[in-house]
Design a binder for this molecule. Structure first.
Ligand code: GLU
Length: 285
């Protein structure tokens, strides 16, 4: 018969062994939202060529960049046409594209979940985003600003204390405005067209995002609204590519460089953005 004290000793020995085994194990780092996902590099261009179309995430409600025309069902704008240029270069025909609507908050999940090949959706290149996806070289340089009704007492971010500001969830605009005007109240919505409606309905005193997006909305009612406060951030736009698809990232960057050099970038700028910016500019380097 085993004596009680020896069963206690056996239990303690077992506990010590288990504890030392646990310490001997290589610690597994807890997954964190900001940690770089480990992805295997894989050539994806052959798959896209077999499929015969490039799947591109794009805004559907942002004038100048990606606006779904309800009459023609064609998505119009700089980003949509940039996607068509990529499809033409890759597959020989700009019609070999499938556009998918992306709002700001789902752009990265759509890439990581393989729902789209690339995202061209007024997306600022940030260090945080580059931990989750790859981003191309800069294709447009914007800056955050404010849109207000004409005659508003708001002239800059300094006038936003206690005022309601609307912008979109998952955008840099959301983070930037919370840092620049911490005493404002925020009406965070899913899309920029919803923000513009909220501004029109007086559910917000100001709307904030990139100046070029605001100019597109202002152009629909130029007598009612104005941009104020200048650019208070820099927003370099890049094309999002899933991590590990290095062949596609290289293709996108090479094609962007060609478009900047051969006049196609400028033609897109002059067609979509110059009519509202009123400026003639060179492509970003
Ligand atoms: N460029 C900013 C961003 O990527 C604001 C515009 C947008 O939400 O698409 O977050």
């Amino acid at each position: 018969m085993i004596k009680p004290h020896s069963s206690l000793a056996a239990a303690l020995t077992a506990l010590c062994l288990a504890a030392s085994a646990a310490f001997a194990q290589t610690p597994t780092p807890a997954p964190s939202a900001s940690s770089t996902p480990s992805v295997e590099n894989k050539d994806v261009i052959p798959e896209i060529k077999t499929r015969g179309k490039l799947i591109v995430g794009c805004k559907y409600d942002v004038r100048l960049f990606g606006l779904n025309n309800p009459m023609t069902h064609r998505v119009e704008g700089f980003d949509a046409d940039l996607g068509r240029a990529m499809a033409k270069a890759l597959l020989g025909d700009e019609k070999k594209i499938e556009l998918v609507e992306t709002v700001s908050a789902n752009r990265i999940p759509f890439l990581t979940e393989n729902k789209v090949d690339i995202v061209i959706s007024t997306m600022t290149i940030t260090e945080d985003r580059k931990k989750q996806i790859d981003m191309s070289d800069v294709y447009y340089m914007a800056g955050q600003s404010l849109l207000v009704p004409k005659g508003s007492p708001i002239h800059s971010v300094k006038d936003l204390d206690g005022k309601i500001v609307t912008t979109v969830q998952g955008s840099t605009s959301e983070k930037n405005i919370q840092a620049a005007a911490p005493n404002a109240k925020f009406n965070l919505l899913k899309s920029y067209s919803e923000c513009f409606t909220a501004l029109g309905n007086k559910q917000a005193d100001a709307m904030t995002t990139d100046d070029i997006i605001l100019l597109g909305f202002k152009a629909t009612a130029p007598d009612k609204y104005e941009l104020v406060g200048g650019q208070f951030t820099q927003e370099p736009y890049g094309i999002g590519v899933r991590k590990g698809h290095e062949d596609l990232l290289k293709f996108v960057n090479d094609e962007l460089a060609k478009m900047k050099a051969d006049g196609r970038w400028k033609a897109l700028y002059d067609k979509h953005l110059k009519p509202v910016s009123g400026q003639s500019i060179e492509p970003p380097q």
